[in-house]
Design a binder for this molecule. Structure first.
Ligand SMILES: [Zn+2]
Length: 233
């Protein structure tokens, strides 16, 4: 095998490897962060945090209301039970009953308002929870297929690395050095096909002399424009 062909084979393998490395990086990013899922989770959390104090308030007011009702009914029973005859004490009891009535009326108004807030937040929370469930279901499907793809791409990468060892061994050390240098300088593409008179790395036409040298296939010929190693298929 000529050095041209050996380098061309190495380049093809490296291009395949680069594509798999890029895909693996992308898969890792996708596996780490799902913005839709994160947004759905924080929406549910935020609504739960909003809802909690209102629910606690409803509970407190309900308890207080029950206590007000039972105090009032105890006082009424005493007031009309005939046990108390002291007019001052009777007046105090009547005043207290009236006060409890006002408190009860206020509590019921407040309760109604607060329950409406709670209901609204609960229905928003139910909708947000549905969105979250859907996002989680989609995410778990995505994750499964991403993990499968990750496994497959890694396996292909391992096979390509083994092929690369063989391909690299066929390239002379000085050409290996040139190849690696060009890979760094030219976005991973060190070897370009000559198509007609044109370098397919930069699409610049080559001189007849260069074309002839490449076709002869003896030594290493580089593109007069981009410097890549030129080969014929
Ligand atoms: Zn070129």
């Amino acid at each position: 095998m000529s050095q041209q062909q050996a380098l061309y084979r190495l380049q093809k393998i490296d291009t395949e490897l680069d594509a798999r490395r890029a895909r693996l990086r992308k898969i890792n990013v996708l596996l780490e962060g799902n913005t839709e899922l994160r947004a759905a989770r924080s929406a549910v959390e935020a609504l739960k945090n909003d809802l909690a104090p209102h629910e606690a308030h409803v509970k407190d007011m309900t308890l207080e209301n029950q206590s007000v009702i039972s105090q009032a009914s105890e006082l009424s029973a005493r007031l009309y039970g005939g046990e108390v005859s002291n007019p001052k004490e009777l007046q105090e009891m009547e005043d207290k009953i009236a006060e409890l009535k006002r408190r009860r009326s206020q509590l019921e108004t407040d309760l109604l308002e607060e329950m409406m807030v709670v209901e609204e937040l609960q229905s928003s929370l139910a909708a947000a929870s549905d969105t979250l469930s859907a996002a989680e279901a989609a995410w778990s499907g995505d994750q499964t297929s991403l993990r499968e793809e990750q496994k497959r791409v890694k396996k292909e990468g391992r096979a390509l690395k083994a092929d690369r060892e063989t391909a690299l061994a066929a390239v002379d050390p000085e050409n290996q050095a040139l190849y690696e240098e060009l890979r760094t300088q030219r976005q991973g593409i060190a070897v370009a096909l000559l198509k007609g008179d044109t370098c397919t790395g930069c699409w610049v036409d080559q001189t007849a002399n260069v074309v002839q040298e490449v076709r002869r296939g003896k030594g290493i010929v580089t593109c007069t424009s981009c410097g890549r190693i030129l080969v014929t298929p």
